[in-house]
Write a protein of this length. Structure first.
Length: 243
């Protein structure tokens, strides 16, 4: 009997230092979910595939972050967006991270643009408004974040689960089995500092106190737990369907 696969749609690469020291996004995501280390994982680089695989039998699908912008509207992004709509309709558990969150929101009828509140970067305070099986909560904790674009208009039926000071749609349930988080649950404190250092020139140009930002970085275990909670949710749904 085939074991359902955890599929990762790769939409970008981490910064060079992180990739050299810790691996690609699929490896970072997998490392954040140790309870599923022995599960079968499969990464698909959506940027180079002319035809995306049929993922309707996957245990779950995770869409990674990317340094690119959804607003670029590249052809491969349109292919991924169409696939995400199909997966939502097929009730395949979906989790979009940062760029993946934005692409999922836009695919379902929302709109992505430059965040009018400005860049969000570092360990930031997040508030979950209600209990959610994937996001967690209710409550407040830190999340590690790096983005300049946001979902600025939600698609119909989307439910906001949590927010930060600069990001009102930081965690969204786009459908019964579809979530997006604007933060990066796979980035620990060491990787977050690598990102800040790599972005130092741009951050200084935007008048950020980069040294203070680096000092404020913390581990974000509640945010990291989003990935395992999502995969547990997906596993429970699979068992329910099989019973």
């Amino acid at each position: 009997m085939n074991v359902p696969t955890i599929a990762v749609l790769v939409t970008g690469d981490p910064i060079a230092q992180t990739r050299a020291s810790r691996g690609d996004f699929q490896e970072l995501i997998r490392a954040a979910a140790p309870a599923f280390a022995a599960a079968p994982w499969q990464a698909y680089d959506a940027r180079v595939l002319d035809v995306l695989p049929d993922l309707t039998d996957a245990l779950a699908v995770i869409v990674t972050g990317s340094p690119l912008s959804v607003t670029d509207g590249q052809p491969w992004m349109m292919r991924v967006a169409a696939t995400l709509v199909e997966l939502v309709r097929a009730e395949v558990p979906l989790l979009g991270i940062c760029f993946g969150h934005q692409l999922l929101g836009q695919a379902l009828g929302g709109r992505v643009a430059r965040n009018p509140r400005g860049r969000e970067m570092g360990s930031v305070a997040f508030t979950a408004f209600e209990a959610d099986p994937v996001v967690g909560g209710p409550g407040a904790w830190l999340v590690n974040s790096t983005h300049v674009d946001s979902v600025v208009e939600l698609p119909a039926g989307a439910r906001v689960i949590g927010a930060t000071e600069l990001e009102p749609y930081a965690a969204v349930r786009f459908g019964p089995l579809a979530w997006g988080v604007q933060f990066h649950p796979e980035l620990d404190a060491a990787v977050m500092r690598q990102y800040i250092e790599a972005r130092r020139p741009g951050l200084l140009a935007e008048t950020f106190d980069v040294d203070a930002m680096e000092r404020s970085v913390r581990e974000a275990p509640e945010a990291a737990a989003v990935i395992e909670r999502f995969l547990r949710f997906a596993s429970e749904k699979r068992l329910q369907r099989a019973s």
